[in-house]
Design a protein around this ligand. Sequence first.
Ligand SMILES: C[S@@+](CC[C@H](N)C(=O)[O-])C[C@H]1O[C@@H](n2cnc3c(N)ncnc32)[C@H](O)[C@@H]1O
Length: 187
Amino acid sequence: MMHSDNWALKAKQLGYRSRAVFKLEEILKKTRTKRYKNVLDLGASPGAWSQFIVKKNSNANVYALDILDMEPIEGVSFFKKNIEQINNIPQILKLKGDFNLVISDIAPNLSGIKSVDNENIFDLNKLTVNIALNFLCKGGTLIMKTFQNSFLKTLRKDMELSFKIVQTYKPVASKKQSGEIYLYGVK
Ligand SMILES: C[S@@+](CC[C@H](N)C(=O)[O-])C[C@H]1O[C@@H](n2cnc3c(N)ncnc32)[C@H](O)[C@@H]1O
């Protein structure tokens, strides 16, 4: 198993802005998710996932959102917005129902109070699932970060009501102690 610093080094050597790229790479590979044209990247900054998508598929149109700034990436349209504001972005709205892939690596700011943090994560995840259902085409894919907490089962069950396939992934590049885990769904 590679040490986390080595993932960071490998990312740097390959020109990626964050080690998070290897998590997306593994999930896309394991789920054989290949064909995507319109991609929505939620919580995109600093931008490694967006970089990966345009590198692997130069025809992809990536629309990326974050509350923080993001350095420009060719082929990526960036909006400095909270995902709650997605319906106020006309460029994205006009593609409603035409996205093949929605990826979310959102991690909310933690308060340190577990119950509050877990609820915040759950709310953001529910919003993300809703966005995916509204913006994905039929057969489109959602990959979303969440955390192993008391809401995980409920979240997965909720997704199973509206997605044809739902799976859970813990990529090798994800730190064990982080508690993060990724939900994958096909609409
Ligand atoms: C782990 S980072 C994403 C890393 C990214 N996948 C990459 O490869 O570079 C999580 C991001 O989610 C963003 N975020 C948190 N809450 C958000 C919200 N409500 N709307 C948009 N972005 C949000 C944070 O600002 C942060 O940049």
